[in-house]
Design a protein around this ligand. Structure first.
Ligand code: F6P
Length: 549
């Protein structure tokens, strides 16, 4: 395969950028009353307005040609048919199979994985009913009232996102909490909330070896022993893992283990038993609607033409800015408190997938891959970092995500939320020229001299791109479609960049160094230098501080 930046299609895009890259979008909007309708697309109840971009119809054609030059279609096919797309770990990435409830059987290494998936879903559903109806009893015979998910990263973020976003769809009185990291503050807060006799702990870890997760599991198990005494605590512990041997060795009963598999990446696992906390909240029927939304987005991704294909559009627009406008960051701004975990969820999905420096065949990339994803719920963000979006020296393309909520109560709040989102997008696009700023200042009765001095500070560059993604209703179906949309955006980017979106060896390095450093912290001997003197110096400083307490 040709190197990306050596392709003719790439050169065409470079030239095209020279031709149109600096034209103000304002002009296009002024000259073309139909611009909005030409740059919109819709699927699965998600409506994308991508008219506020520095693109013309021609840009889309060139970007489409690029997808053809890199054989994107066949790469998509490889993803869905279970080819070894994660070649460094010799695995497919079959998260799409998890949400396909109607497919003909799919086989991997001789196993009917469709059957494994539906068995797991049935086991999850049965367990959910048992728990919700109080048939699952704790060690002292009482029904469970609380569930604590012990997990981190992909073994927590999706369930946190889902349970926050879909509270309205709760069919369960169960109280669901999460514990992720090892900061004892999190633990102490949790312990004030959970009743020992009626709390179920769900250890969610694909590897069953993540230090934070096992540390929390051990501490909580010891806490429960202290609280309930020397009785059989097994009804209080279940696990979701791809490493059942380790879970068994840990003392989890075989029947209490829910499977995931090595062909599902951690950050793509919310569709599996890793999504159990979500099913416990919203029930099996809503969980299936969540899967259906994602599956229908999969179908859209596979079949929709380029200029109506939501994942492809998001991916290619992102690539357009990263490479030709030299952007380094993107913002994701949900105007919804319900979606506040969407940003951390997609930070992992995007940055763990795309943070790579070599191509599939191990050669260093000669172009950027990935970008920083930042974001925050819209109203909050407007009063903090949006300044950088409006007047900072770099362009940061934005995705505004706006659920079209039922506005029958607190109507004014809904109107304000909508106005906030739209005015941010418009301000980014229009900006304010120095002349407009000057005029504005004169109207506030400043002298000409003062207005002239202040105008450059009030001027706002504008011409800053954004998408607006409207969600018909924040339901299980639409949340499923939304997450799958971004998963596929990430896949398309990885396919264009010719990188593996499914491994994450970088994060492993920190994990490998940790035991040595922990040993230095716990030992009475002087620390062994790990990286010159900085690490040892800090360890000594903190140990000294602890000794003075
Ligand atoms: O440290 C990164 C990571 O490996 C993620 O990819 C994963 O989602 C998370 O840790 C948790 O891993 P596990 O599910 O194996 O505990």
């Amino acid at each position: 395969m040709h190197k990306l930046t050596e392709l003719n299609e790439w050169h065409t895009l470079t030239q095209h950028y020279q031709d149109i890259g600096q034209i103000p979008m304002r002009t296009w909007f002024q000259n073309d009353p139909h611009r909005f309708s030409q740059f919109t697309a819709e699927a699965c109840g998600l409506f994308l307005d991508y008219s506020r971009h520095r693109i013309t119809k021609q840009t889309l054609t060139h970007l489409h040609n690029l997808t053809q030059a890199v054989n994107l279609k066949s790469k998509i096919e490889s993803l869905f048919t279970g080819e070894c797309v994660n070649h460094t770990e010799n695995r497919p990435a079959l998260h799409t199979a998890l949400r396909n409830q109607t497919a003909p059987p799919l086989y991997f290494k001789g196993c009917n994985i469709s059957a494994m998936i539906s068995d797991s879903l049935a086991k999850m559903s049965e367990f959910t009913i048992h728990l919700q109806t109080g048939q699952w009893k704790g060690a002292t015979g009482k029904a469970m009232t609380h569930v604590v998910n012990i997990g981190i990263g992909g073994s927590s973020l999706g369930a946190q996102l889902g349970t926050q976003a879909l509270k309205k769809y709760s069919v369960s009185p169960l109280q669901i909490d999460f514990i992720t990291g090892v900061d004892p503050t999190e633990l102490v807060t949790l312990l004030t909330k959970i009743p020992p006799e009626t709390t179920l702990f769900l250890i969610s870890s694909k590897s069953f070896s993540t230090l934070e997760t096992l540390t929390n599991a051990n501490t909580l198990r010891n806490w429960l022993k202290d609280q309930l005494g020397d009785i059989d605590l097994s009804p209080h512990f279940i696990a979701t893992t791809a490493n059942p041997e380790k879970a068994l060795a840990y003392g989890i009963k075989e029947t209490h283990i829910f499977p995931i598999w090595d062909w599902v990446g951690g950050r793509y696992s919310i569709w599996s038993a890793v999504g159990l906390p979500l099913m416990l909240l919203i029930g099996p029927a809503h969980f299936k609607a969540f899967l259906r939304g994602a599956h229908e987005m999969d179908e859209h991704f596979k079949t929709a033409p380029f200029n109506r294909n939501l994942p492809m559009l998001l991916a290619l627009l992102s690539i357009w800015y990263i490479h030709f406008f030299n952007t380094h960051a993107e913002a994701l701004i949900p105007y919804s408190q319900c979606l506040r975990y969407l940003v951390p969820y997609l930070q992992q999905a995007s940055m763990e997938s795309l943070g790579k420096t070599v191509s599939l065949n191990g050669e260093p990339l000669s172009y950027a891959s990935g970008s920083v994803l930042l974001g925050e719920e819209g109203c909050e963000g407007q009063h903090s970092y949006h300044q950088l979006l409006h007047q900072g020296s770099q362009i940061i393309p934005v995705d505004f995500i706006l659920p079209m909520n039922d506005n029958s109560s607190y109507k004014h709040h809904h109107e304000l939320l909508l106005a906030s989102c739209l005015s941010q997008a418009e301000a980014l696009m229009k900006g304010k020229t120095p002349e407009e700023a000057y005029e504005h200042l004169i109207q506030t009765h400043l002298t000409k001299d003062a207005a002239q001095k202040l105008a450059p500070h009030y001027a706002t560059p504008g011409n800053r791109p954004s998408n607006i993604l409207l969600i018909k209703q924040l339901s299980p179906y639409h949340l499923g479609a939304l997450i799958a949309l971004y998963e596929h955006k990430i896949f398309v980017q990885s396919a264009i960049w010719n990188i593996n979106a499914f491994d994450q060896f970088g994060v492993e390095l920190g994990k490998q160094l940790l035991p040595g450093i922990l040993n230095d912290i716990q030992s009475n001997k002087a620390p062994i230098n790990q990286d010159g003197t900085a690490t040892s110096a800090l360890i000594n400083m903190i140990k000294h501080h602890w000794n003075t307490l």
